[in-house]
Every structure is written in structure tokens, then in C-alpha cells.
Design a protein around this ligand. Structure first.
Ligand SMILES: Nc1ncnc2c1ncn2[C@@H]1O[C@H](COP(=O)(O)OP(=O)(O)OP(=O)(O)O)[C@@H](O)[C@H]1O
Length: 285
């Protein structure tokens, strides 16, 4: 098990994360928060690229800084700005990363072929990556993070730049990879993780705000989310969540603490509602 005990990270006088305590066992953990909330800071600490100012991060009870290389052997990491060589083919690139990771060459060859297959890249294994789509590059990125069969797979904003079809493929892939390992991924795109996350970790004001299953997080707003085409009949205060067009009319989805069933109908809460509600700034009317 991977755990954080009261971890604080300061950059000079600025506190990016404060007193964070978390535990991770096998499954998918989604760090969900707006940009700047501290997701990358947390991920970099878990990847031992930066270190807590206070508190400790433990793997099975041992501090990860003390475990050093033996902890990094357990780790697969896809950074936000994943650097690759455009003139490399996926196969060349994976062999190159294997060499950097010190993986023996026959093991590296068979692992590379296996991962190219799992990631759906076998057909393009020898094509230069310069013409690859964002989704294909991200799959190469996940493959390089999986080369050492990591027990902890950390993905920082892995869906940035993917089109909807690639997102679906990505979700299925991550879900299948999470059976035997801890997968920690950061995103600010709710739909990427709503159906696959075992737990959602939300950060707010540089602190832990929520750490629960998607269903439990949604239950916080149960009975408070409505839709209506008669928004003018709804009395303030309320928070508009989203709007969409239906048969030429604007349907407004909103959250309200009062019973609004006379003018709107209650709808099941989704994670996007909660996200918009929690990170609403001054939008309450
Ligand atoms: N090296 C640094 N020095 C000073 N401040 C930093 C440093 N790195 C991050 N920060 C600040 O810490 C806060 C959290 O940054 P972080 O990158 O962890 O956020 P994030 O949630 O990952 O957002 P994003 O998705 O935009 O990267 C931000 O306000 C950022 O400006």
C-alpha cells in the first residue's frame, strides 16, 4: 500500500498542498481538480521528482525516499509533457526507454511487442511517430510507463488533447491495466474518469476536499440538482450548472438547496454537477 501522512508541499512561501493524508491500494484513483490545484505537485512527489516539505510518503510502511531505486522499480510514470523523439518508431522508442530503465534486451524485446499489442500499436510499430495522432502518442506514453510492469502507474493529465473516440479507448485501456496495480491519474475532465475511477480525490484550496467513490461523491448533491426550461420561474439563490438545447428550447441544469419541484424536475446527480458545484467560484446567483 502507498500512503501519504500529513504531506505538505511549499514552493518558497507558497503552500501548494497542505496536510494531505491518503492511502492507495489496487484500483484507479482519479485526482480531479481545476488547473493549478496541486495535482502535478502531488504526482511529482509520488514519482520522487520533488519531495514533501513536511510529512512522509510510505510504500508498505517504508519511506519512499529511503527505498530510492527499489521504489522507482515499482513505478511507471507518464508526465504531462511526455517527451519523445518524432523520428523514432514506437518500437525503437520503447527499446530505447527499456535500455534507460536497465531492462535486459531479450526481456525488453518481448515486453515491447506485448505492450505494442495491448496498446493497439502493432500495425504502426515501425512507423515514425511524427505523423501519429495525440491518442496514438499517449498510448506510446502509457506503454513506456508499463515497460517494467509497474505496481504503481502514475499518469499526469493523460487524456489532454485526445478526441472523443480516443478517450473511450483510453478509458477501457486504463480500466484493464488497473486490475493488478495502483493507477493514479490526474485530470480536470470529469467524463474521463466518472465510469472507471475506484475513488475520486478532489483538491480544493490546496487541501484534500474529498476522497471517495464517484457514487458517494455524487450523493452529496442528491435531490439538489434540477432541470427546467422555465428558469425565469426559479427563485434565487441557485447555481446554474449547464445548459443545452432540446427541441429549440434551452434546458437549464441547476443546483438549489430548496425544493424546486414545482418549476423543475429533479435529475440524477453526476460527477460533473459536483465538480461544477465545488469549483463554482462566485457563480452562485
Ligand atoms: N516550482 C514551482 N515554484 C513555484 N510555484 C509552483 C511550482 N510548481 C507549481 N507551482 C504552483 O503550485 C500550484 C499547483 O501547481 P500544480 O502544477 O501542482 O497544479 P495542477 O493542479 O497540476 O495544475 P496544472 O494542471 O495546471 O498543472 C500552482 O499555483 C502553481 O503555480
Amino acid at each position: 500500500m502507498l500512503s501519504l501522512n500529513n504531506v505538505t508541499k511549499n514552493y518558497g512561501k507558497f503552500t501548494a498542498l497542505e496536510s494531505l493524508s491518503l492511502e492507495f491500494s489496487n484500483g484507479i484513483y482519479a485526482l480531479l481538480a481545476p488547473n493549478g490545484a496541486g495535482k502535478t505537485t502531488l504526482i511529482k512527489m509520488l514519482a520522487t521528482l520533488i519531495f514533501p516539505t513536511q510529512g512522509e510518503i510510505l510504500w508498505n510502511g517504508d519511506e519512499i525516499v529511503k527505498l530510492d531505486a527499489s521504489y522507482r522499480d515499482l513505478l511507471g510514470y507518464l508526465p504531462q509533457d511526455f517527451g519523445y523523439y518524432k523520428n523514432h518508431s514506437p518500437r525503437e522508442f520503447l527499446m530505447y526507454i527499456s535500455a534507460l530503465k536497465g531492462i535486459e534486451s531479450t526481456v525488453a524485446k518481448s515486453k515491447t511487442e506485448e505492450l505494442l499489442h495491448i496498446m493497439g500499436l502493432s500495425d504502426v510499430r515501425d512507423k515514425k511517430m511524427r505523423k501519429f495522432s495525440g491518442g496514438m502518442i499517449q498510448r506510446v506514453g502509457i506503454a513506456q510507463a508499463m515497460l517494467n510492469n509497474p505496481q504503481i502507474l502514475i499518469l499526469d493529465e493523460p487524456t489532454a488533447g485526445l478526441d472523443p473516440k480516443e478517450r473511450v479507448r483510453f478509458r477501457n485501456l486504463i480500466s484493464s491495466l488497473s486490475k493488478e496495480r495502483i493507477v493514479i491519474l490526474s485530470t480536470h475532465i470529469v467524463s474521463d474518469i466518472e465510469t472507471i475511477a475506484s475513488r475520486v480525490i478532489m483538491l480544493k484550496d490546496h487541501k484534500l476536499f474529498a476522497n471517495d467513490t464517484p457514487a458517494a461523491i455524487c450523493s452529496a448533491l442528491q435531490g439538489k440538482v434540477y432541470e427546467t426550461v422555465h428558469m425565469d420561474a426559479v427563485k434565487a439563490p441557485y447555481l446554474v450548472l449547464t445548459e443545452h438545447q432540446e427541441e429549440g428550447r434551452t434546458v437549464t441544469r441547476f443546483a438549489c438547496d430548496r425544493d424546486c419541484r414545482e418549476v423543475a424536475h429533479q435529475v440524477p446527480v453526476n460527477l460533473e454537477d459536483v465538480f461544477l458545484y465545488i469549483y463554482r467560484d462566485e457563480a452562485v446567483q
